[in-house]
Design a protein around this ligand. Structure first.
Ligand SMILES: [Zn+2]
Length: 453
């Protein structure tokens, strides 16, 4: 049982969610709207039995579902809840997911998961995994979230739901301990590590480790996935803001309330924000074009300036908030390698969102990838110097006869018309959607392993 504060309206009651268990051991998720909070909060108590009648059902299709049941229960104003202390139901019910299953998952947004695992805490003075000096803890993690982070599957908590129990007095923990004792010391020999993020050198990351894909292949991908691509920046989208107001702690986009800002991730209200980049660049390669979103880490490393630096100098010069800073033009015309992640669309105006986690401008690394993947660097530069070729024949002659041009010139003509319907969104709508991009950011400023150049 947990409460979810209603952050849009700070005066409103929280909503409540429950996972309930019946006598057969089946679990279902229940939802109590904030308007009904006062009716049910005083009655319901965790670990107690209740008989429930007169409720509505809804399909259980939201992201991060706490049960695998196909439906969920919605409480109504006149839902009947009566205490039933005389019925005995075992309240211990876990459905644990194995580490191997987590590591092999391709989707991260389906269910909240439970895990049962064994942790050895070794005193800092002794060598790693010195079993004699280690303190062993059995940890039960309930309703945790699987999340792709920097291209690896990790486990994170949710703000209101996740529960962490250490050496809990549960039957399942006792059984797990007995199993570990049975295994003796063998159990610590093979360890699967979740969320192991290693910082690779640019040449490892861009040339050998991350798969290379053309822009049209990235756009066709269905699953959220990470690639390296080589392309030329032909334009910066000036219709979208180049920076956003970020939370100082977590870099999440802030929601502007009347006199302060709200960070949904930290659940904190504040009057202070930090400016961070979210530059939308149009990138072309030999196959197609796409809009990439560059965030603070990758953009500031390339430009040698932070978004806050540029904002400060603009304010000092007396420019208005909609003035476009010249410094960003350093990106235009550059042929670069982008390590990027393709996400599902966050709104109905876009087919997908492509965010960049790392940029490489090292000519040697670009040349070695171009050699390996047969990328025509010369023709990529041509797209910038001869943008929008009017006919297929014209572009072939510009590029030389040895280069075969497929559908690219046709697509290039459509950039600002029906190719990308995001341009149809009104200016104000697009700007208000910007903080949502930050949900796709792979790292954050305080994380020492966040990907940079
Ligand atoms: Zn925050």
């Amino acid at each position: 049982m947990w409460k979810v504060p209603s952050y849009e309206k700070s005066y409103s009651q929280p909503s409540m969610e429950l996972v309930v268990l019946d006598k057969e051991g089946s679990r279902i998720h229940c939802f109590i709207r904030s308007v009904h909070y006062r009716l049910f909060e005083p009655i319901l108590e965790e670990g107690k039995m209740f008989v429930l009648a007169n409720f509505t059902m809804d399909s259980n299709t939201q992201k991060y579902r706490p049960t695998k049941h196909s439906m969920r229960i919605i409480f109504k104003r006149d839902t009947l809840v009566s205490s039933a202390d005389d019925i005995a139901i075992s309240i211990e019910s876990f459905d644990f997911v194995a580490t191997k299953e987590i590591l092999s998952s391709v989707r991260d947004d389906l269910f909240l998961i439970g895990m049962l695992f064994d942790v050895l805490i070794v005193p800092p003075t002794s060598s790693l995994l010195d079993a004699n000096k280690a303190n062993e803890f059995i940890i039960v993690l309930q309703f945790a979230k699987m999340k792709f982070y920097n291209g690896v599957m990790t486990i994170t908590n949710t703000n209101y739901t996740t529960r962490l129990m250490v050496n809990a007095n549960l039957e399942v923990v006792k059984k797990f301990c007995q199993k570990l004792i049975g295994l003796g010391t063998k159990h610590s020999t093979t360890i699967d590590v979740i969320g192991w993020v290693v910082r690779y050198s640019p040449s490892e990351d861009f040339v050998s480790l991350t798969p290379y894909a053309l822009i049209y292949q990235i756009k066709q991908t269905v699953e959220k996935s990470t690639y390296v691509t080589c392309g030329t920046v032909i334009d910066i989208d000036r219709d979208h803001a180049w920076w956003y107001k970020a939370c100082r702690q977590c870099t999440q986009g802030l929601e502007a309330l009347t006199d302060q800002f709200y960070c949904a991730k930290c659940d904190v209200y504040s009057t202070i924000f930090v400016a961070r980049f979210c530059i939308q660049v149009r990138v072309v390669d030999e196959s197609d074009t796409a809009t990439f979103v560059l965030f603070e880490n990758s953009a500031s490393k390339f430009l040698g300036l932070t978004a806050a630096d540029i904002r400060t100098s603009m304010l000092a010069k007396g420019y208005g908030r909609d003035h476009f800073p010249e410094q960003l033009n350093a990106l235009v015309g550059k042929t670069l390698l982008f390590k990027l992640t393709r996400h599902d669309s966050l709104n109905k105006f876009q087919a997908c969102v492509i965010t960049v986690s790392r940029i490489c401008s090292d000519p040697e690394i670009i040349a070695s990838l171009a050699l390996e993947k047969n990328i025509q660097l010369h023709s990529l530069t041509c797209w910038f110097h001869h943008p929008l070729p009017s006919t297929k024949t014209a572009s072939v002659s510009e590029l030389g006869t040895d280069h075969v041009v497929t559908q690219t010139p046709v697509k290039r003509l459509c950039i600002r018309s029906d190719d990308d319907i995001s341009y149809r969104a009104s200016l104000s709508a697009s700007k208000s959607l910007l903080p949502a991009f930050e949900k796709c950011i792979p790292g954050n400023a305080t994380d020492p392993v966040a990907e940079d150049m």
